[in-house]
Design a protein around this ligand. Structure first.
Ligand SMILES: [Zn+2]
Length: 140
């Protein structure tokens, strides 16, 4: 009788643990996806700025390699951020449940990435952004 009770208790605990684990997994994948959506938006803005700067410099006969290099570098950093984020999402989605590991998973805070005001223009941006998508200021 005692064994039966213990078994039932263990099964219930595992089911609860598994549900919590699944919820945590989904929460982390969604949070990372949200960050990547912001990064993609940042990328679109950057490409737009790139075109504007290139066209403007060209119009004034001042299109230099340095100006192009700086913009290309920003784009490369952002692309690498996006690639990392997408591989993180794949990793999270491919995680499999292991009973007894949930204490680590549930206590982790997986809030979506915080935003902060850009120190230059004040617009709210991702905390991990390399550049302000609004004014282009370098952030880290
Ligand atoms: Zn800014």
């Amino acid at each position: 009788m005692q064994d039966l009770f213990e078994n039932a208790k263990r099964a219930a605990n595992t089911a609860v643990e598994r549900a919590a684990w699944e919820a945590d997994k989904m929460r982390r994948a969604t949070a990372r996806q949200r960050e990547m959506d912001l990064a993609q938006r940042e990328r679109a803005t950057l490409i737009e700025q790139l075109a504007i700067v290139v066209l403007d410099l060209d119009k004034r006969g001042q299109l230099t390699q340095d100006a192009l290099k700086m913009l290309a570098q920003r784009l490369r950093i952002l692309d690498s951020d996006i690639a990392t984020g997408q591989s993180d999402i794949q990793t999270i989605r491919s995680e499999t449940f292991k009973p007894g590991t949930i204490s680590i998973q549930v206590t982790r805070t997986n809030v979506p990435e915080a935003q902060m005001p850009c120190p230059t223009c004040g617009k709210l941006i991702r905390q991990s952004a390399s550049f302000c998508p609004s004014c282009g200021a370098r952030l880290n």
